[in-house]
Design a protein around this ligand. Structure first.
Ligand code: NAD
Length: 504
């Protein structure tokens, strides 16, 4: 049997024991909205025991560059569930983003953001939208591996992994299954990034097959994002990698008119964190006018996650009814339309007085209909053969004519190698480049075995040895080429594990 990691979500079996949760009051409007959310949780009978943790602005200003105390870490490790109000990251260099620290150190691989239109109570051009964005949270360009390689060129590594892709894509399908969603859309850019986004797409196709009852489709991110902004009602669950997910989750929240209303969950193997998507709004802090809805919705997601979906529904339905009844905080208040402009605390009391009621026109929340847990199998690495067939040598050279560096490299006598091509910013410039291609000081020179049949299509690569590789590098340095990095070219199970140059 495969090992599985159980990610407890939407358990229907009521756990009578109170769940201890780590609660961060946050900065700016944080304490106001958190106190309101906790008051509602208490009134609804949520079986939770908050333990307050010290994170945020004051911790930063006390000289802790991570913004989180050791005691807070201990509470998080003990309780494994965090409800967090927004915090203020002080301006200036040296302060690390607490959210990034928490996501990375706790392995919070999935960011879940459900966004639903609240028409006609909250203005939106898309009254039927009801979308959940499932964003990969740990890898992609956000691994933060960047280098300046030459005077003119910097790079950022985009890392997409099979285990990371499997985990997030399976989570999206399991979420769809448990929450009764009908379709999962994958968004990638694999027409350009054939290996990285190609892997994400491939894993999506593999996992989709295991869920025949759920419709699946893949879209290229550019047109996908455009359609999501124009016809969001056509989407249900969308799964994507970190950067695209970051962008489209803000797009959907914005077009729903609900940036101030949406909550989000960051889910890991053991720990999960729930928060509002907005910031600490220092401009309105201390005035009791902030809308606590996003944190209320985050609390609802938390309750469903810890097996209290019945209480989650009770709060969600009371909240929907409050919005329907026109009890609106200043940010969504409309003269002549809303019934009353309420303060943060009045809004909380309005929700409490509606506990047990359901909305009349907005869709009633039914989180409690599922009683399963999301199971993510442990990743099992399959053994593949890996063979070295060449090397891309990146050279810093300030000349502009590719033929000069190409001919010089061609005269280099390094046993067993031949220069296959040179590209500049991915475009082939040697041999037979186009004179109009602009060249920077960053030259990627592809060397393969002299026995490789480069004319065949696809080329038939021959193996090279590591010793030959060392010899090539030594010959290049001896001839005063400024090698700035190398990327080995491999075949995995006989399949090319590197991209071709544009025009190759
Ligand atoms: P913000 O979301 O705090 O505010 C943007 C605008 O929206 C402001 O006009 C604010 O008044 C309004 N707003 C936000 N939440 C509201 C609410 N609940 N009710 C009514 N109005 C609301 O974004 P910002 O101004 O860019 O950032 C302020 C601070 O928050 C910064 O220090 C930033 O680093 C931090 N921040 C924290 C988080 C987090 O902790 N997860 C997320 C984003 C920003």
């Amino acid at each position: 049997m495969q090992n599985t990691t159980e990610i407890n979500t939407n358990q229907n079996t009521p756990t009578m024991k109170a769940t201890k949760i780590a609660v961060a009051l946050g900065d700016g409007i944080g304490p106001e909205i958190m106190k309101t959310a906790l008051k509602i949780l208490d009134a609804a009978g949520a079986r939770i025991e908050p333990e307050f943790i010290d994170v945020g602005e004051q911790v930063y200003l006390n000289g802790n560059t991570a913004g989180i105390t050791k005691e807070a870490w201990n509470t998080i490790h003990r309780n494994k569930i965090i409800l967090k109000a927004p915090i203020t990251t002080p301006q200036g260099k040296g302060y690390k983003s607490l959210n990034v620290t928490l996501r990375k150190s706790l392995g919070l691989f999935a960011n879940i953001r459900p966004v639903i239109a609240m028409d006609p109570y909250v203005t939106t051009g898309h009254p039927k939208m009801d979308v959940v964005i499932v964003r990969e949270n740990e890898e992609d360009l956000y691994a933060g591996i960047e280098h300046q390689q030459t005077q003119d060129v910097v790079q950022c590594l985009k890392l997409i992994t099979r285990p990371g892709s499997e985990k997030i894509i399976r989570y999206a399908f399991e979420y769809a299954r448990i929450y009764g969603r009908k379709k999962v859309t994958c968004m990638v850019k694999d027409n350009i990034m054939k290996l990285t986004d190609g892997l994400f797409h491939k894993v999506f196709d593999e996992i989709a097959q295991e869920y025949p009852e759920i419709e699946s489709e893949t879209q290229i991110i550019d047109i996908g994002a455009a359609r999501l902004a124009t016809y969001p009602e056509r989407y249900d669950v969308v799964v994507t990698s970190n950067l695209y997910g970051d962008i489209i989750s803000d797009i959907v929240a914005e077009i729903a008119g609900s940036v101030g209303l949406a909550g989000s969950a960051n889910i890991g193997k053991e720990v999960a964190m729930f928060e509002a998507i907005h910031g600490s709004a220092p401009d309105i802090a201390g005035k009791s006018i902030a809308n606590p809805s996003a944190l209320i919705n985050a609390s609802v997601m938390m309750l469903a996650h810890i097996g209290q979906a019945d209480i989650a529904d009770k709060i969600k339905n009371a909240w929907l009814k409050t919005i329907e009844d026109g009890m609106h905080t200043a940010d969504i208040f409309k003269e002549g339309w809303s019934a009353k402009k309420v303060s943060t605390t009045e809004f909380g009391d309005a929700v409490i007085s509606r506990l047990g009621q359901t909305p009349k026109t907005l869709p009633v929340s039914h989180l409690a209909k599922g009683n399963e847990t999301i199971k993510i199998p442990e990743y099992i690495r399959k053994t593949q053969t890996k063979e070295l067939v060449g090397v891309d040598v990146f050279i810093d050279w300030s000349g502009s004519d590719p033929n000069v560096i190409g001919n010089k490299l061609n005269t280099l006598e390094s046993d067993g190698w031949k220069l296959k091509m040179i590209t500049n910013r991915g475009v082939k410039v040697f041999p037979d480049g186009l004179e109009h291609t602009y060249c920077t000081d960053h030259w990627r020179c592809r060397f393969v075995s002299e026995h490789t049949d480069t004319k065949a299509s696809p080329p038939l690569y021959k193996l090279v040895t590591r010793n030959k590789l060392i010899q090539l590098l030594s010959d290049l340095y001896k001839n005063e080429f400024d090698v700035i990095k190398t990327e080995n070219l491999y075949e995995f199970d006989g399949k090319r594990g590197f991209s071709l140059g544009q025009g190759e």
